[in-house]
Design a protein around this ligand. Structure first.
Ligand SMILES: *Cc1c(COP(=O)(O)O)cnc(C)c1O
Length: 343
């Protein structure tokens, strides 16, 4: 394990947008309640940009690249409750860039959660119906160019090589915090959905010669660019290594992507998510979100309960943000129906 001088990573254009390092804390009451392993949490829900989240890290490098290219307009896509789109809208506003969001579905009757925040940030919203992964972007970009603008497309979920590189940097940040408090981990567990977080953490784990199991909890059964998600993550990790001048290459067997907790699909909230949200809130006073971190924590709780993660292990749960979506999903949260739910 690297411990004296931290490796130097290559310099990329970086536009500061958030507050780093994010805190690393121990969840002692949750561990005790579960009679389980030590559980630590990396608080990327506190990245600071417009209620925070993991996309802030990616956007520092992606928007840095956009500015270096002289862009005046940012275009990206996501779901109506996309945390990525909300953080992109805030980043664009903070830099005086025009922002266009291409959102799946139709304008809902009640504007809530992330969508409400998108509107507060003054971005242009294009409703894309069933084209939920940015299929309409080329048309919108062509139109913007015709209007004389210089648009820059931020990929779905910010999961380009630059977005993944941000999570190599994040891994470095974690390692320096971990060494300061002199703890170690066996697993890093987090929600995986467009792949950049996982590709970056895998690569960081390799570059810093760390022994952790990098366990992505799969959130969405879909494909990205028509490539199965597991292959997509491995190839993104490899193209990011290449961008960094690293010679290491991953194969499919290096990936740990757990697809046991997808349930009824993306954004369908069940008892797994409800229990994880209530338990984390009521033991630690920490908010998870219904779509990503609620599902990932539900997976972690299940892996502890079934002995896949043992009491002697030491787990880092990477909190990737998302709590603004709680307000948009209140109808699916059991606490909203029953008054309260005790753990
Ligand atoms: C985007 C997102 C993720 C998934 O990160 P990827 O890098 O897209 O896999 C997890 N949690 C939250 C809250 C997110 O917004």
């Amino acid at each position: 394990m690297q411990n004296e001088s931290m490796l130097n990573l290559p310099n990329m254009h970086r536009q500061p947008l958030g507050f780093f390092p994010t805190p690393l804390i121990e969840l002692t009451r949750l561990s005790k309640t579960l009679d389980g392993p030590k559980i630590y949490m990396k608080r990327d829900d506190n990245t600071g940009l417009a209620l925070g989240g993991n996309k802030t890290r990616k956007l520092e490098f992606i928007i840095g690249d956009a500015l270096a290219q002289g862009a005046d307009t940012i275009v990206t896509a996501g779901a109506a409750q996309s945390n990525h789109c909300r953080q992109t809208a805030a980043a664009a506003a903070s830099l005086g860039l025009e922002c266009h969001l291409v959102l799946g579905g139709q304008e809902p009757e009640h504007v809530q959660g992330n969508l409400l925040l998108d509107k507060i940030f003054g971005c242009h919203i294009h409703w894309a119906g069933s084209n939920r992964k940015g299929e309409d972007i080329p048309n919108i970009v062509a139109q913007l160019k015709e209007e004389g603008r210089n648009p820059y497309v931020v990929p779905y979920g910010g999961s380009s090589e630059l977005g993944a590189f941000a999570f190599v940097e994040a891994f470095k940040e974690l390692e320096s915090q971990r060494q300061n408090i002199n703890v170690s981990f066996t697993h890093i567990v987090f929600a995986s959905s467009s792949g950049g977080t996982q590709a970056g953490l895998m690569l960081g784990n390799k570059i810093f010669n760390s022994p952790y199991q990098i366990v992505g909890i799969n959130i969405d059964k879909g494909e990205t660019d028509k490539v199965p998600f597991d292959q997509y993550i491995v190839s993104l990790a490899n193209s990011t290594a290449k961008l960094m001048g690293e010679t290491h290459r991953f194969s499919a067997t290096d990936l740990v992507l757990n697809s046991d907790y997808i349930g009824e699909g993306y954004g369908v909230i069940g008892s797994l998510e409800n229990k994880a949200i209530a338990m984390t809130a009521q033991t630690e006073g920490i908010l998870l979100d219904p779509v990503y971190t609620g599902r990932a924590m539900g997976g972690l709780l299940d892996m502890i309960r079934t002995g896949k993660i043992k009491k002697t292990d030491s787990v880092l749960f990477w909190h990737t943000g998302g709590a603004p979506a709680l307000f948009a999903y209140s109808n699916d949260l059991e606490v909203a129906q029953s008054g309260s739910q005790s753990v």
